[in-house]
Structures are given as structure tokens and as C-alpha cells.
Write a new protein. Structure first.
Length: 403
């Protein structure tokens, strides 16, 4: 289980803060660490002793070349590991990384279209056990992160996973606890952000379009989701809710329960439902038709891209987006998407402004998602408050109002 990080006796920073500082700033002397954290040398020394005894940090290279004994530098031990997993209707993606983000283990387990919860539970448990076999002697699995599609309550219970309803009502944190795994479950968007923005320049705002069975957008900067929670809001409109803004009053019924959502018109499943003449059973098959240049499929997809662009434009302007990344199942049709999207942007931007956008395809779903989930596990371990405070914001209020 996750080690307990103790606070210093004088009310100073915790051991986790010391560990995070060493991770972010590289090898440091104790005196330098104490100064940066604003704590006494004695308190810092106690933290260093405990972190060393618990196997989190180790001596690094010796600094100084003058007279006297050189100061000892300390660094984070790379051996402690993190496991990232994403749970989707198509399969479970998993990756084990060490503190330096070097991959130790990566695997994808496909799921049947109508997989039952018991089968998913067994596969998760098997993946955990297999991942742990890649730990070296003396190493530990410190934290697991599971990204799931849908709305999540504050306590980690999955409230609404429209495209994977078998997950509804399941609390994966409790299941992991029973298995002896320190786990945090939240939206799959954290894995997407971490995985897709690795190469985005510093301070650049990116819009990540997740166009798969549904449709969602998130905006990120420096690997962090841009969030704007309203105090006292009964419901938090955050990651992936972009697809549930209203496109038409009293329109098509959406999986979220509302009518007229954007996703109900342009989501992958919605496109298949509106065009049964194509005889496509999956969104992946639709992507293949688009890539082959199928005229009818390309025609209604162009309409969907134009609808999406009109909905997206205000956010592009307000947030100063410079990078647009298409990921999800329809990423495979990026070469079809790009020219249509650029053409749709002409309604709002000059050719020079369109040329300034970086419009790119996301990475391969499996390695990008699994690596992003593993990086999120590491981020949560180092700064749980940075992620955890957003989970389920307003969802419990919504749930209570519906009962």
C-alpha cells in the first residue's frame, strides 16, 4: 500500500514535499532543500533520514572541489515504480514505469464487446500481478492510476459511463484496496493529457479532441488540464463535457440522458446510428471507410467536422489555443479530417492565422494512453492534491438531486 508520509513536528512540510522537490529540481543538498521548503535544517534532516530509510532517496554525486568536506547531494531513487491503466470498452491498456518514466512493462488486453464486470475484474487483477513480476528485488509498486470514461463521484464510484455502462456503480479504488494496490481512479482524460502533450512546447495551450464512440475536448497547458470550477456549482462541467453542450433544442437523445447534445450528432456511435446504410458495426470500421475515400462516409463526416468546428471556435479564441490534437478512434482518419477542419476554420480565421495552428494526429492509442496513465500515477503520488481535489466536483450534489 501507499507509504504514509509524515509531517514534521514543527508544522513544516511533509516528506512528500521533500520527495517532490528532489524529483522536480534534481539532486540537492539538504541545506538547499531546507531553504527552498522554508523549514529548519533539523526538520529537513529528519525528513531525509526517513526517506532514505524507506528507500525513496539515495546519495548522488558529490559537489564542490574546494577545501573541506564536500556537501552530499541527494536524489530520488528511480527503482520505485508506478502502474498506469486505462479501462475502455475495447480493452485494458497498462504500463509500468519507474521514477524516471522508463517503461518496464506494457500490455493491452482486448475485451469482448459485452464483457461482464467479473471478467473485467479478473483481467485487472491478472494485469496487476503480471506487472509486479517486472519489479526488481527491493523495488515497490507505489501507485496505480486507472483512467475510465465517464463521470466519477468524490469517493471514486463511477456514476455514468455512457459508452461503457457495465462500469456504472463500480468503485475501482475499493477493489484495488482489497487487492493490496494503492489506486486512484479518475477520468481517462488525465491519461490522454499526459500522453498527448509530452512534446507540446512549454506554456502552449493545446486542445485535445477525443473523437471515438463519443466526442470530447480538453484543454491543457504544461501537461495540466485547464479547469474552471465554479464555487457552489451543482454540477462540474469539465473534461469531456464539451460533447454534452447542447447543439439542438429537443434534438436527438444522448447517452448522458439529455436531448440535443453535440455528441448525439457527431459522436462516432451517433454517426453510425444516423447512417445505417453504411453497415458499419464499429467506429473503427467507419475510420477505415474514411481512409479509403468512401464518398458517402466522407460527405457526412465533413458535415460533422464543420459542426464540431463551430462549437469549438469560441474556446479556441478564449483560451488562445495553438495546438490541436485529434486522438481517439477517428485519429486513423486524420488525413481526411485535417483538410476539412482547416477549411471549416476559414469561417473564423485568415489563411495566415490557420497556418499558425499546429494541427496534428495523436499518438497510437495503446502506447500513448498507457504511458499517459503511468505518468498520471506518478503525478498523483507526488501531488495527490493537484488531481484529487477535482474528482467528482459537484457530481454528488447532482446525484442527490436526482434521487
Amino acid at each position: 500500500m501507499e507509504p504514509e508520509f509524515r509531517k514534521s513536528g514543527n508544522g513544516g512540510n511533509s516528506q512528500r514535499d521533500v520527495l517532490r522537490l528532489l524529483f522536480e529540481c534534481g539532486p540537492l543538498e539538504q541545506v538547499a532543500a531546507a531553504g527552498l521548503l522554508g523549514i529548519t535544517k533539523a526538520a529537513c534532516n529528519l525528513h531525509f533520514q526517513r526517506l532514505t530509510a524507506d528507500g525513496f532517496i539515495e546519495p548522488a554525486e558529490i559537489s564542490g572541489s574546494g577545501r573541506g568536506r564536500p556537501a552530499r547531494m541527494w536524489r530520488v531513487r528511480s527503482g520505485n515504480c508506478f502502474l498506469g491503466m486505462t479501462l475502455q470498452h475495447s480493452g485494458i491498456f497498462a504500463e509500468l514505469i519507474d521514477f524516471n518514466a522508463s517503461s518496464r512493462f506494457r500490455k493491452n488486453i482486448p475485451l469482448e464487446p459485452n464483457a461482464a464486470r467479473d471478467g473485467i475484474r479478473d483481467r485487472l487483477r491478472a494485469l496487476w500481478e503480471e506487472a509486479k513480476t517486472y519489479l526488481l528485488p527491493g523495488e515497490r509498486l507505489l501507485q496505480c492510476f486507472i483512467g475510465v470514461p465517464g463521470a466519477i463521484a468524490v469517493d471514486g464510484t463511477i456514476l455514468n459511463s455512457p459508452n461503457f455502462p457495465v462500469l456504472n456503480g463500480w468503485n475501482l479504488d475499493r477493489f484495488a484496496l482489497d487487492c493490496g494496490i494503492a489506486c486512484y481512479t479518475d477520468t481517462i482524460g488525465f491519461a490522454v493529457i499526459r500522453g498527448e502533450t509530452c512534446g507540446v512546447p512549454v506554456d502552449t495551450v493545446a486542445a485535445i479532441l477525443d473523437w471515438s464512440e463519443g466526442f470530447g475536448v480538453t484543454f491543457a497547458q504544461n501537461g495540466q488540464q485547464l479547469l474552471f470550477p465554479a464555487p457552489g456549482a451543482r454540477r462540474y462541467h469539465g473534461l469531456w463535457d464539451f460533447g454534452h453542450i447542447r447543439y439542438k433544442l429537443d434534438g436527438r437523445r444522448c447517452n448522458c440522458g439529455k436531448a440535443g447534445c453535440l455528441e448525439a450528432y457527431i459522436g462516432g456511435v451517433a454517426l453510425l446510428e444516423q447512417h445505417p446504410e453504411l453497415s458499419c458495426r464499429t467506429v473503427k470500421q467507419l475510420a477505415e471507410l474514411l481512409r479509403s475515400g468512401h464518398s458517402e462516409a466522407c460527405g457526412f463526416f465533413a458535415d460533422a467536422v464543420r459542426i464540431m468546428t463551430e462549437a469549438l471556435y469560441p474556446a479556441l479564441e478564449l483560451l488562445g489555443v495553438e495546438v490541436i490534437i485529434l486522438c481517439g478512434t477517428l485519429r486513423d482518419a486524420f488525413e481526411v479530417f485535417r483538410p476539412i477542419f482547416q477549411n471549416a476554420l476559414e469561417k473564423f480565421y485568415t489563411p495566415e492565422e490557420i497556418g499558425a495552428f499546429s494541427i496534428r494526429s495523436g499518438g497510437e492509442s495503446f502506447p500513448t494512453l498507457s504511458h499517459g496513465a503511468a505518468l498520471t500515477a506518478r503525478q498523483y503520488f507526488l501531488s495527490p492534491e493537484a488531481i484529487g481535489r477535482y474528482r467528482g466536483l459537484g457530481q454528488s450534489a447532482l446525484q442527490n438531486s436526482n434521487q
